[in-house]
Design a binder for this molecule. Structure first.
Ligand code: ZN
Length: 144
């Protein structure tokens, strides 16, 4: 394992062991998604106000990839505008699919999941929380 992979692994295990923004607050909209092939079961909650993602929380259980990526995602998206958040989510999905991405800086810590592209069986684990929040952002758009 090279140093970069080692660093990525440490970030993932840190977020898995000490998830940020875990636990639902009852504010905002919630979306519950499951990944039966792995047993991941996650609820994401996002509160959007004036076009800004005020907070993102998550709860549930699953594998280290799923739970840690929910934690990383909640940190990155909180405080962003809805447009920025959508761009970040889109770029993240491109990275997970192994596509070339234009602006990897916007992914911040989520870059640690780029190795998942080599393991197609795990891509659902890495994207389930992100898909859940993408749905929430999309809903908001339709209302406005
Ligand atoms: Zn999983």
């Amino acid at each position: 394992m090279n140093n970069m992979q080692n660093l990525y692994r440490q970030v993932i295990m840190d977020h898995y062991s000490h998830p940020r923004n875990k636990g639902l607050t009852g504010n905002g909209k919630q979306n519950h998604l499951r990944n039966p092939s792995c047993g991941d079961d996650i609820t994401v909650e996002a509160e959007i106000e004036n076009g800004i993602v005020k907070h993102v929380h998550h709860d549930g259980h699953g594998c280290s990839i799923c739970c840690s990526s929910a934690s990383v995602m909640s940190e990155i998206l909180t405080g962003k505008t809805v447009e920025e958040a959508k761009e970040i989510i889109k770029t993240y999905f491109q990275m997970i699919k192994g596509e070339n991405i234009e602006d990897e800086d916007i992914l911040e810590e989520a870059l640690v999941y780029q190795g998942v592209a080599q393991f197609p069986a795990r891509t659902k684990c890495a994207t389930i929380a992100w898909k859940a929040v993408e749905d929430l952002l999309g809903e908001k758009d339709e209302e406005e």
